[in-house]
Design a binder for this molecule. Structure first.
Ligand SMILES: Nc1nc2c(c(=O)[nH]1)N[C@H]1C(S)=C(S)[C@@H](COP(=O)(O)OP(=O)(O)OC[C@H]3O[C@@H](n4cnc5c(=O)[nH]c(N)nc54)[C@H](O)[C@@H]3O)O[C@H]1N2
Ligand SMILES: Nc1nc2c(c(=O)[nH]1)N[C@H]1C(S)=C(S)[C@@H](COP(=O)(O)OP(=O)(O)OC[C@H]3O[C@@H](n4cnc5c(=O)[nH]c(N)nc54)[C@H](O)[C@@H]3O)O[C@H]1N2
Ligand SMILES: [Mo]
Length: 596
């Protein structure tokens, strides 16, 4: 019997049990501290059905793996070379390719397609982004699920929230929203206002936790003044709520142990840092951080407290808006940027201008299609690795269970190219694996991150726990001023375009980003007047794409959903970087329906 761990980019990082003889039959490791005893359909089914890259290619011709590695080494001799890494596998060994780029003096990326702006907002208030241990969720009386579709994207949290009072804040009537005691179906991108107006009402109604604020030496007056900068009536109208609903939320939370589970949905915007900072400020006002059964959980910093042997300095460019054409050679590892980065037409155009694009991945996808050199990777059942999680502190080894028929690991790839280019070989693979594990605490059969705290921030904020929490004290927003408050554009004869809708692109259940099942639908409220099966073209200032209509009462009338696994979703998303945190801003855009 072998224990291993799922490598997919998902907070759960499930423990898996199998044997060499019975693989690919796999079951959940029921003893895993955060397991709910089952594995998702991605692992049980889709992962094994997805067509793999089975043979290396150079300029469209099938070649041996050795020849493709040689061609890669040659291409990396050029002056300007870039490593662009996606999050297809969450093992720490993915980053070993950094050591190659350090030697060859290449460029790597900074920032993220995922959670950077929210993370920046947390750091502004708390100093560091600590993970909230799921045990604290279990001890809560009230759970606020805010911009997080946990039934789909973190299903292992479901047992922890069972039987609790549930508030959901989401523009969509998600499965979890339907089960909630209160669902606030807000206007997209209005979360900053929700948090700030709730803070104001909390202080007005004497709900602030005075003992807590005193214990942490926090003065609420300046923050209270900040919350009063926003006029109540227009803000409530903008959110799409009223005094009654806000009052009910405070009534449910007040005096109760409460956790806030915050998802990516609140921060796919240029001002995402303000949102997380405002939510933290609300939680602090109510005394819901640094206490048993309380806390604000976002995607936590899984590497906090670790020394990372793969961290390198050197030149870096933005990951979300990379100018690929500035490089002769681009190595794409574990990602599908043609589909997953914003503004797909720009990405394709840029990649076409670069001389050699190398795709080092598992599956055929939009990026492999336009690459010059294709290197098949090993999947996480075929190599050794270590898995961290952004939602709990368990650090889990990933084991070789199956010999790969065609792929190469990131360790082997790096080692081989280093030597071909005349550099020293890497240390033994085990050295790097031990480097991570030796920093952990061993708890029974499992390992735990050095950053673990039973009740995060109980001793204080900042890295050394001697800082105070900083309340949010500024807010500016050009997007709202220029776009949101203008009336929906009327039909213009010239462009044949009517109305603008928020574009929401949440994660899909049968896909992990662009891996596995892909989609071709746009989901609309029936009142928009389209029929199921109609073909519509959606467009924005960045581009356009056609989809098949599906109507759903779960929608707001001012929003359209195109799931993030949908072919073409990023043809109209903006290639801009968030104000803080170097993050993509997929939802900082409005789309229109184009009539042909
Ligand atoms: N099955 C599956 N699981 C996954 C993934 C996957 O692709 N498939 N991807 C993984 C990855 S990479 C990540 S980062 C996580 C992300 O997982 P989540 O944090 O759950 O992120 P999303 O699914 O993008 O969006 C979550 C919710 O935000 C809502 N939302 C959209 N805009 C707004 C807004 O302005 N305000 C509020 N309050 N809510 C809004 C959406 O309606 C949606 O219900 O999931 C991981 N897990
Ligand atoms: N419109 C819109 N776009 C989004 C989002 C959104 O919410 N809306 N979400 C964004 C988010 S949160 C994220 S995290 C990104 C994800 O975007 P990417 O990081 O590009 O992830 P994927 O598209 O899933 O591509 C992963 C690829 O990694 C490869 N792979 C898997 N395992 C391995 C391995 O072990 N080794 C190697 N070498 N390759 C491997 C597979 O071939 C797979 O195709 O997408 C972002 N894109
Ligand atoms: Mo992500």
């Amino acid at each position: 019997m072998i224990k291993t761990t799922c490598g997919l980019d998902c907070p759960d990082a499930c423990g898996i049990i199998t044997t060499i003889e019975t693989f690919p039959q796999i079951t959940a490791d029921k003893k895993h501290p955060t397991s709910n005893g089952a594995l998702c359909s991605l692992l049980n089914k889709h992962l094994f059905e997805e067509p793999r890259v089975t043979i290396a290619r150079v300029e469209g011709k099938e070649v041996s793996l050795e020849s493709a590695i040689e061609a890669t080494a040659q291409a990396l001799k050029s002056d300007k070379k870039l490593l662009w890494r996606g999050s297809g596998n969450f093992g720490v060994m993915q980053e070993i390719t950094n050591l190659l780029f350090k030697e060859i003096d290449g460029t790597t990326t900074k920032g993220t397609l995922c959670d950077g702006s929210g993370d920046a907002g947390i750091v502004e208030g708390r100093g560091v982004n600590r993970i909230l241990p799921p045990e604290q969720i279990a001890k809560a009386e009230v759970v606020v699920v805010w911009g997080k579709n946990i039934t789909v994207t973190a299903s292992h949290l479901m047992p922890y929230i069972k039987g609790k009072k549930l508030i959901v804040i989401d523009p969509l009537k998600t499965a979890i929203a339907k089960k909630a005691d209160l669902h606030l179906q807000i206007t997209p991108r209005s979360d900053f206002y929700v948090a700030t107006i709730l803070s104001r009402f909390a202080i007005m109604g004497d709900h602030e936790d005075k003992d807590f604020l005193e214990e942490f030496d926090l003065d609420i007056e300046e923050f209270y003044d900040f919350t009063k900068e926003f006029r109540i009536r227009p803000v409530l109208d903008h959110i799409g709520t009223d005094l009654n609903e806000m009052g009910k939320i405070l009534e449910i939370i007040s005096g109760k142990k409460t956790v806030f589970l915050i998802g990516n949905g609140v921060q796919k915007y240029s001002n995402g840092h303000h949102v997380l900072h405002a939510i933290d400020s609300l939680a602090i006002t109510l005394g819901k951080i640094a206490k048993e059964g309380c806390g604000v959980a976002f995607l936590g910093n899984s590497k906090l407290g670790f020394e990372n042997p793969f961290e390198i300095k050197g030149k870096k460019v933005q990951k979300a808006t990379t100018n690929f054409s500035a490089f002769d050679t681009v190595l794409i590892q574990g990602g599908n940027p043609v589909a997953s980065m914003p503004n797909s037409s720009r990405v394709i155009e840029e990649l076409k201008k670069s001389k050699t694009v190398i795709y080092f991945g598992l599956y055929e996808n939009e990026t492999s299609k336009i690459s010059d050199i294709i290197i098949p990777a090993k999947n996480f059942f075929e190599k050794e690795d270590i898995r961290l999680s952004y939602a709990h502190h368990i650090v889990s080894p990933m084991r070789t269970i199956n010999e790969s028929k065609y792929g190469i690991s990131e360790y082997e790839f790096t080692n081989s190219i280093l030597q071909q280019l005349g550099f020293d070989a890497l240390k033994e693979e085990q050295y790097y694996l031990d480097f991570w594990l030796n920093q952990c605490e061993k708890i029974g059969d499992y390992y735990r991150s050095p950053a673990y705290q039973e009740i995060p921030y109980a001793e204080g904020f900042g890295e050394d726990e001697d800082d105070k929490f900083e309340f949010i004290d500024e807010y500016g927003d050009d997007f709202i001023k220029t776009k949101q408050f203008t009336r929906a554009r009327k039909k213009s004869k010239k462009e044949h375009i009517i109305s603008e809708y928020w574009l929401l692109s949440p994660k899909a259940s049968k896909a992990l980003n662009t891996q596995f099942k892909r989609d071709n639908q746009a989901i609309l409220h029936p009142n928009l007047g389209f029929k199921d099966g109609d073909s519509i073209t959606l467009c924005s200032a960045y581009g356009e794409y056609s989809f098949i209509v599906k109507n759903s009462e779960e929608m707001r009338e001012d929003a359209i959903v195109v799931y993030s696994n949908t072919l073409g979703v990023n043809f109209f998303t903006p290639d801009i970087i968030s104000e803080e945190g170097d993050s993509a801003c997929y939802q900082e855009v409005k789309v229109s329906v184009k009539y042909l």
